[in-house]
Structure formats: C-alpha cells, structure tokens
Design a protein around this ligand. Structure first.
Ligand code: FAD
Length: 397
C-alpha cells in the first residue's frame, strides 16, 4: 500500500469494483480496499439481475451464471399465480448469479485495468484536512496506514459508515430497513427457469419471500421484512422457517445468511468535497424489490468517470463532483427510484385481501416486460379503484 493515490475506493462489491475499474482505465492511480478477507463472501444477496441491465457492463459467463431465467412468477397470499415472461419473453428476463464468483470477476477486471486491490483492509476513519475528505485510515494485518487520495469513492455497502464520518446524513429509518434472511436450499422441486416472488403480509410483513433457482434442485430462498415488523419469535428467519416448513419441508439447508437492504429514499447528497458515494452506501437499492447490483455498478462506473474528469481538471470540490449526483438523480435511475419509492409506500398500506384482488385481476394479462413500471401500469389498468386510493402513485408513473 502506498501513501497516496489519485483515487481510493472503499469496498469491493459491484459498486467499488466498477468505480475502481473505470478510474484505472481512465489513467488514475487507484487503491481498492475490502475489509473482508475474500471478495464476494459471504453472499448477502438473492443474486437476481435482469439480462438487459447486466449487458450494459459485462457479457454473461457460465462461470458466474447460476441460472438462466425466462420467467418470474408472482404468487399472491391465496396462492394465485401471475407469470411475467415465459415463451414470449424473447430471451429476456434474467439471471441468478453466483456472486462469490461474479464479484471476484469484477474486482479482477479492476485489477487488470491497473487498480491495486487489498483485501482484509478496513477503513476506520476519513483523513480530514480543512474539513475535506483527503484519504482514510486503513487497518490491515495489525498495521495502520494513512492513505491520502484526491478523491475517495465510498462503496462500502448498506452498513456504510464512511459517508457518515465525512458528515453526510446516512441514517436509514428502521421502518425502511428490510431485515433479510436467506438459505441456500438443496434437493427441492423447483422450476429452474423461474424466479418466484411470494407476496403476503401475514407471511412477510411489508416485504416478500423469494425463491431464486441456482441450478439443479437448488435455490436461494429468502425473505425481507420491515425492520419495525421484526421482534422476538417473528424475526425474518422465523417467517422464513415457517415458509420452508410449508413449501419445502424436505429441503437441505447448506447456508444461512442474514443481512439488510435499505428501502428508503437515496441520500440527499451523494457527494462532498473529494468524496463520491455509490451503490448501497448511497441508499440506491430499489425500495420495492431491494435490487441494487445494477444500481451499484451504474453509479460505480459513473463515479469513476467523474473522479477522473475532476482530477484531470484539478477541481475535486463538491461543486465539481455534483455532476455525478445530478446525472444519476435526473436520469432513468433517479426516476425509477422515486417512482418505486411511491409504489412501495402504496404497497405497504395494503392488506392480504387487496393483494389477492390485485393478483386475481392480473390473471388475464400477458406481460413480457419484468420492470416494476410496466407491472404497475398494468395493475392500474386492471384495477381502476387503485387510481382513487393512490392518486399520487398514478401521477408518479
Ligand atoms: C438478502 C439480500 C438479498 C438481495 N438480493 C438482491 C438481488 O436479488 N438482486 C439485486 O440486484 N440486489 C440484491 N440485493 C442487494 C445487493 O446485494 C446490493 O444492492 C449490492 O451488493 C450493492 O453493491 P455495493 O457495491 O453498493 O455494496 P456491497 O456489495 O455491499 O459491497 C460493499 C463492500 O464494502 C465492504 N466494506 C464495508 N465497510 C468497509 C470498510 N470500512 N473498509 C473496507 N471495506 C468495507 C463490505 O465488506 C462489502 O464487501 C440483496 C441484498 C440482500 C441483503
């Protein structure tokens, strides 16, 4: 580890990897640090991503594609199913990744582009000079390093502390923190080409249960529930265990992971002097699906580009970096996050009867676009009463 770099990237997830790769490709000297001893593990993710979204960054590789999906099936509280995609999906829909391998591939690409990668290296505080971020204190193998950087990219995930240390309010209200539990479940009967989403507020309050196939008779089966709905005897794992006892009583568990996903609005500002915040650290996971891999990669790449331009121009002030914030916020990502936040707010006001009636109303629809926007538009068409109950949501579409 050197004493100074152009760019210091904190976190080796998809956001950090794309930031480091892009900044290195643009000719910056880059250090990426990851506090865990291994990139990509443990996997706190259901690992689903849309094919078109992924194609913006990387060609699919059988090394890290665990399942190739041609449909998603939404299942209501009474068991009614609605399928998106299928035969008419034209090769679209999505993949379930093997993130242990995928995240390593992304970080390897950053290293190949010239970034230095250090694992088991944890940032514990920013170096602040004249109130501006100027690097970080890093601990690795019992040593402490002071590393200076012209721009720091905080890609430290949902548990992010770096932006907060640098003075940005990163608090996630408990009601907007989905607490999650997931198993890798083996020896179960599944459709290996379909992602399943179970909606029922009795079974998963203010959240949902997923079954994402990971190859032959194996799936990532998990749940997210609102933090305020969790407590003794009704934690995410308790709900998940009840679901598994009902649906897959003979499944063999080979992994249990718990984690959190923010379902709040993005940070009010994702830049400060010499600092850019990306991915989950910027609270950019989707408030309704919890998906954040694409959003992290997109903002990571954008951050790398903006950092390179700013350093080249000799101005890494908040004002100069603001173009990063403006670009994602005013682009399709920002609009999708705002719309899906409104959808989530409407969703959590419903009960199982309303969820049933919505899924029933959709049974005649044929949809090959898996996006939340397409889905919600169709739901509004099929349920005119929703427009009266949720006029703000209708306007947001
Ligand atoms: C249960 C669950 C299921 C999910 N399912 C999906 C899904 O199906 N599809 C989808 O798109 N998204 C899903 N997500 C969200 C997705 O995992 C995240 O949005 C995505 O990983 C965000 O990428 P990131 O690079 O911003 O952060 P992360 O992938 O979290 O990476 C951040 C990295 O920073 C490191 N770090 C943290 N602090 C420090 C520090 N001080 N110093 C050094 N390193 C540090 C962490 O160890 C971590 O490796 C899910 C999340 C959970 C919890």
């Amino acid at each position: 580890m050197k004493e100074a770099y152009d760019c210091l990237v904190i976190g080796g997830g998809p956001g950090g990897a794309l930031a480091a790769k892009t900044a290195a490709e643009k000719g910056l000297s880059v250090l990426l640090i990851e506090k865990r001893p291994a990139i990509g593990a443990p996997v706190r993710c259901a690992e689903g991503i849309g094919k078109e979204a992924l194609a913006e960054f990387i060609e699919p590789d059988p090394k890290w594609v665990a399942a190739d999906l041609d449909k998603a099936i939404l299942i209501g509280p009474d068991g009614t199913k609605f399928t998106i995609g299928g035969d008419h999906a034209g090769g679209k829909v999505g993949y379930v990744l093997d993130r242990k391998v995928f995240d390593r591939e992304l970080v390897w690409q950053a290293a190949e582009a010239g970034a230095e990668v250090q694992v088991h290296a944890r940032a514990s505080a920013p170096i602040m000079i004249d109130g501006k971020v100027s690097g970080a204190i890093i601990h690795q193998h019992g040593q402490t390093y002071e590393v200076r950087a012209k721009v720091v990219i905080a890609a430290d995930g949902v548990e992010s502390k770096f932006a907060k240390w640098a003075g940005i309010n990163t608090t996630v209200p408990l009601a907007e923190l989905e607490t999650c539990a997931q198993y890798i479940l083996n020896d179960i009967d599944i459709d290996e080409r379909a992602n399943l989403f179970y909606f029922s507020f009795d079974a998963a309050p203010w959240g949902y249960i997923w079954v994402f196939p990971k190859g032959h008779r194996c799936a990532n089966v998990g749940i997210g529930i609102a933090g305020t709905k969790s407590g003794d005897g009704h934690r995410a794992k308790d709900y998940l265990d009840r679901f598994i006892a009902r649906e897959f009583p003979n499944g063999k568990i080979t992994e249990l992971i718990v984690g959190g996903v923010s379902a709040c609005k993005p940070l009010e500002s994702t830049v400060a002097d010499n600092l850019i915040v990306v991915g989950d650290a910027a609270r950019l996971s989707d408030p309704i699906t919890g998906g954040g891999i694409y959003n992290a990669m997109y903002t990571g790449r954008l951050a790398g580009e903006v950092a390179a331009d700013a350093i080249k121009n000799g101005d890494t002030s908040r004002k100069a970096l603001m173009i990063y914030d403006k670009t994602w916020r005013e682009g399709s990502l920002g609009h999708a996050l705002a719309r899906n936040y409104a959808v989530k707010e409407a969703f959590i006001k419903m009960d199982d009867n309303k969820l049933n009636s919505i899924i029933h109303s959709m049974s005649d629809l044929s949809l090959d676009d898996i996006s939340v926007k397409a889905l919600v538009k169709e739901i509004f068409k099929a349920n005119p009463w929703l427009a009266l109950e949720l006029p703000r949501l209708l306007r947001a579409l």
